[in-house]
Design a protein around this ligand. Structure first.
Ligand SMILES: [Mn+2]
Length: 279
């Protein structure tokens, strides 16, 4: 029996939206999704920033209520940091509509309660990836450490600690700031690794255009999550990647590419061609 026949929901997983709300609306209104009362949308994070309508996008997700499950991406966390005064708004940022909204506080609180990782039906959903040293139990337990901190009253303090590229190699003994920074970097920023699992944040190319001592995190030999399916976004240079157990859905909608949704049960794809954003 196909294990997905147990699924009681019509789950679609959607790649990085980056504030491209009109594309998201077109996608949700597709018959395959909207005509099914039991649909559920999983988002791979980076729902805001860079694109034209961050406020409208996040309100759309909030209005989906329990039909929406969204993990946090690096841009979503950047919004939390700017909102809390930890980071400055940069010229490239395009979420001032959220910062100026009357619902601002409610939106920020909704966002910081989103998960870092979600595991269901033997599928792990994260924004960027995992390091090879983590099995699924460790992955979920480390994600919940960050989730608890972001949901606590001290969430601003946590955000102060998460920026930086070091340490870039997981050790169980890390505590405090190093631990928080490393875990958050893995889930929301990882792309390339050495063969022993050192993360590299200086190269971002996919498809082989990187030094030969680096490889995509999911190709590291003996990765301890190789027994489960992992769905992620964050890597538009890599683009659509669908292998039996590794799925990348960031198809660069904000860069004039496409917004992609994949049905979990049979991996059917829907793609919306996006407009190139004029700056
Ligand atoms: Mn990202």
């Amino acid at each position: 029996m196909n294990k997905f026949q147990e699924m009681d929901e019509n789950i679609w997983v959607i790649g990085d939206v980056h504030g491209c709300c009109s594309s998201l609306e077109k996608l949700i209104n597709k018959n395959e999704i909207f005509n099914n009362n039991y649909y559920k949308l999983w988002f791979a994070g980076d729902i805001v920033n860079r694109g034209p309508n961050s406020l409208k996008t996040i309100l759309t997700l909030m209005n989906l209520d329990d039909k929406c499950l969204c993990v946090l991406g690096n841009h979503d966390i950047h919004l939390l940091s700017v909102a809390s005064g930890i980071s400055k708004l940069s010229k490239k940022d395009s979420f001032d509509d959220i910062l100026n909204s009357k619902d601002y506080k409610h939106i920020i609180d909704w966002l910081r309660f989103r998960p870092i990782a979600h595991f269901q039906y033997n599928h792990l959903l994260v924004h960027a990836g995992v390091v090879p040293q983590w099995d699924i139990n460790k992955t979920l337990s480390l994600a919940s450490e960050i989730e608890s901190l972001l949901r606590s009253n001290n969430w601003r303090k946590t955000l102060k600690k998460i920026y930086g590229d070091k340490p870039n190699f997981w050790r169980d003994k890390y505590r405090g700031n190093d631990r928080i920074r490393l875990i958050t970097s893995v889930f929301t920023r990882i792309r390339l690794c050495t063969k022993d699992g050192h993360m590299d944040f200086t190269h971002k190319s996919g498809k082989g255009y990187h030094p030969n001592w680096l490889m995509p995190w999911f190709q590291v030999p003996n990765r301890k999550t190789s027994n489960i399916n992992i769905i992620f976004g964050h890597w538009s240079n890599l683009g659509l990647l669908i292998t039996p157990n590794i799925i990348c859905l960031d198809t660069g909608c904000v860069w004039g590419g496409k917004l992609t949704a994949m049905r979990l049960s049979d991996r059917k794809l829907i793609q919306i061609q996006c407009d190139k954003i004029k700056k």
